[in-house]
Design a protein around this ligand. Structure first.
Ligand SMILES: O=C(O)[C@H](O)[C@@H](O)[C@H](O)[C@H](O)COP(=O)(O)O
Length: 372
């Protein structure tokens, strides 16, 4: 690792892989990783040996430069632009799919409408079009507009044209709503369908309630803070018993929609909210930051998985009004833990010192966003 011997190189590579792998599942892992790495360097007394491992590590840190954990609002992944966001999102979904297929044999994913589908586009490209086990995907809608499937407003049509027709998902695994009935009937029908698939465990079940536990629910967010078709101040926000409900007065056209309720969203193993653009910056701030009691009922703020993981994929414009909660960390990793931050700082000082001594190694680093 530090002195270029093969065993240490291998150790470094293993740490690096573990670092990438574990950071999402075990937030304290970066601290542990850096501590171990630093200790091995010190013990082997070879901090002056060579540059490449540090460049690799800096690249790793750079990849994480926009990542952080808000103390109770989940993981924040803030990106310079939509292209980077799309790449990270595709990788994230592919990893969840792989883990779920390994664990349960299937991947039950619920998607929404809006710009989200376009941002998932990289899943249709190499390597994901080949590496993802598409045959194991079961696709659902967290919300759907009650219009014909061929209508331009249909979330099914959006996903089919933009994603599902481009990858080998099994057509019978695509669970769209009945578009030939009323909104109320469509919601009942969809809930019944979901219940059947929970019975067969195609969709997992929550261990704390009888709610379905989707492997992943992907949501967008409107500038008013709505998610799925759960709009601010709407009575369906209080729905506790139904899994799928309907509205006929959506402030966003079209008015008739069906939607997963909050208990279903919050029972998922993973919830990802993807938000881009400056027009949503205020809503992002209200949904994530420690704001007053007035905003506690903002739909996006009510997304709080009981046991699952919540992650926000933001571009820097959407993140531009976030408070300084994460940025308070001056280091590439947003460590809440003071010891972790000190170890990390010391490590980075040593790395910078080494890089200066090496005569300036050029490392591509993303600019830091305001949020981190
Ligand atoms: O059918 C819908 O209208 C959606 O499911 C809705 O919840 C959407 O995800 C947000 O409104 C964000 O949409 P944009 O990303 O297009 O702004």
């Amino acid at each position: 690792m530090c002195n270029g011997n093969r065993g240490e190189d291998l150790a470094f590579q293993s740490f690096s892989l573990l670092f990438i792998y574990k950071r999402d599942r075990f937030p304290q892992f970066p601290c542990l990783f850096l501590s171990v790495y630093f200790c091995v360097c010190v013990l082997s007394r070879s901090l002056d040996a060579r540059g490449n491992p540090e460049v690799e590590l800096l690249n790793l840190l750079s990849r994480m430069a926009h990542s952080g954990v808000h103390k109770d609002r989940g993981e924040l992944r803030i990106h310079e632009n939509l292209d980077e966001l799309g790449t990270d999102l595709a990788e994230y979904i592919a990893e969840l799919s792989e883990a779920s297929v390994k664990e349960r044999g299937v991947f039950a994913i619920a998607i929404s409408g809006g710009s989200l589908i376009g941002l998932m586009g990289k899943l249709c490209e190499a390597p994901y079009n080949k590496t993802v086990d598409w045959a194991k995907w079961y696709v659902f809608w967290a919300d759907e507009r009650v219009v014909a499937k061929t209508h331009a407003d249909s979330n099914y049509k959006l996903a089919k044209d933009g994603l599902l027709s481009k990858v080998p998902v099994v057509p019978s695994h695509v669970n769209s709503i009945n578009d030939s009935v009323s909104a109320e009937e469509a919601a009942d029908d969809y809930e019944f369908h979901v219940r059947q698939l929970v019975k067969t465990r195609t969709i997992n079940v929550s261990d704390t309630s009888d709610c379905p536990k989707f492997d992943l629910i992907l949501l967008g967010m409107g500038s008013d803070g709505h998610v799925a078709s759960l709009f601010p101040n709407h009575p369906v926000l209080d729905e506790k018993d139904e899994w799928v409900t309907f509205i006929t007065d959506s402030p966003k056209s079209p008015p008739e929609r069906i939607t997963f309720t909050l208990p279903v969203i919050n029972s998922a193993s993973n919830v990802v909210v993807v938000v881009t653009g400056e027009s949503k910056a205020e809503a992002v701030h209200l949904a994530i930051d420690d704001v007053g009691a007035d905003c506690l009922s903002l739909p996006a703020r009510l997304v709080q998985p009981t046991k699952g993981k919540l992650a926000w994929f933001l571009d820097k414009l959407a993140a531009s009004k976030l408070d300084e909660e994460l940025e308070k960390c001056d280091y590439p990793l947003c460590m809440k833990n003071k010891v972790g931050a000190s170890v990390q700082k010391l490590f980075l000082v040593l790395v910078s010192f080494r890089m200066d001594c090496d005569g300036g190694i050029v490392v591509h680093r993303k600019a830091s966003p305001s949020g981190c």
